[in-house]
Ligand binder design. Structure first.
Ligand code: NAD
Ligand code: UDP
Length: 308
């Protein structure tokens, strides 16, 4: 039985990861400061004797004995990471240093939840891992983008200099149950607006694209990455790309909603297009997403119906 630390374990992705790791017979230590995560996401795991919950902030040192670490602690939605930009960058940088220090002392394997945001507003399409990105270092998204880039640098330096056993996954837009009601990202916003019959708010003209991956597929890719011996970054995401306008129409159709589409200003530095090249994940991990967007969205809509 492995003892596995999941930082940010009460968040959207973290809660699914904790559940899956427990199912596979591991002991799971879920650490969270509950900034964007919630106890509701992990309430069904509390009675499991192999599950332990710790309220802690990774910007402060943490001591435990573990075999593996998944570092997910960091707000992921733009309104949440911009709410306290300095705290966000501290979480990515100080939090990464603390978590790497823990991995080094325990000789634990560590996986960092990085992001497609390291590619910024990409000039290469679809994005491959060897693309260095087009990131504004001083904009409103920089606390997140540059924080995550620095975290990748720290992972590689601890690997080269201190022999820490590291893994990096660059996660592209992921959706599913356990997203917070006030999350503010496009999937949750559109579904909630559609269910309530409110206007669907498209930022910009809706021609910007994203590629959405269902959370079960992502978690599968993360676990496969941890089990591999590949230390350079790997893209994890679903390459099926669509415009935000197409996505809004799809949500209206699936929810049978009478909501109207309205247009709001596009936030600055909002990437124009985003689609992962997952050739590497296919080759190294034998991984590719399996869940169709309609099936994934129907499960997500069902989850939000129960909450709204
Ligand atoms: P989330 O906001 O639901 O989860 C993040 C969790 O981290 C929350 O439970 C939050 O309370 C916790 N947290 C934040 N700061 C912390 C701190 N200082 N100390 C301890 N805990 C802290 O977001 P998510 O979508 O589940 O994302 C999880 C990870 O995956 C993040 O690191 C995010 O950057 C990365 N990621 C997510 C996506 C996506 O589409 N969901 C895409 C790319 C990368
Ligand atoms: N978006 C939108 N309406 C919303 C929320 C987001 O049109 O209510 C757009 C946003 O401007 C971006 C895309 O949807 O172009 C994805 O946004 P999200 O915040 O989900 O994630 P991002 O990929 O930008 O980090």
């Amino acid at each position: 039985m492995k003892r596995i630390l999941v930082t940010g374990g009460a968040g959207f992705i973290g809660s699914h990861l904790c559940g899956r790791l427990l199912k596979e017979g591991n002991e799971v230590l879920c650490l969270d400061n509950f900034f964007t995560g919630s106890k509701r996401n992990i309430a069904h795991l509390i009675s499991n004797p192999n599950f332990e919950l710790v309220r802690h902030d990774i910007t402060k040192e943490y001591f435990a004995e573990v075999d593996e670490i998944y570092n997910l602690a960091c707000p992921a939605s733009p309104p949440h990471y911009q709410y306290n930009a300095i705290k966000t960058i501290k979480t990515s940088v100080l939090g990464m240093i603390n978590t790497l220090g823990l991995a080094k002392r325990c000789k634990a394997k560590i996986l960092q939840a990085s992001t497609s945001e390291v590619y910024g507003d990409p000039k290469i399409h679809p994005q491959t891992e060897n693309y260095w990105g087009n990131v504004n270092p001083i904009g409103i998204r920089s606390c997140y983008d540059e924080g995550k880039r620095c975290a990748e640098t720290l992972m590689m330096d601890y690997h080269r200099q201190n022999n820490v056993n590291t893994r990096i996954v660059r996660i592209f837009n992921t959706y599913g149950p356990n997203m917070a009601l006030n999350d503010g990202r496009v999937v949750s916003n559109f579904i909630i607006q559609a269910l309530k019959g409110e206007d669907i708010t498209i930022y910009g003209d809706g021609s910007q694209t994203r590629s959405f991956c269902y959370v079960d597929d992502l978690v599968d890719g993360m676990i496969k990455t941890m089990a591999s011996d590949y230390t350079n970054p790997i893209n994890l995401g679903n390459p099926s790309e669509r415009s935000i306008l197409e996505f809004a129409k799809l949500i209206i159709e699936l929810t049978n909603s009478k909501s109207k589409i309205v247009y709001k200003p596009l936030p600055s530095d909002d990437p124009i297009q985003r689609k992962p090249d997952i050739t590497l994940a296919k080759e190294i991990l034998g991984w590719e997403p399996k869940v169709d967007i309609i099936e994934g969205l129907n499960k997500t809509i069902q989850y939000f119906k129960e909450l709204v």
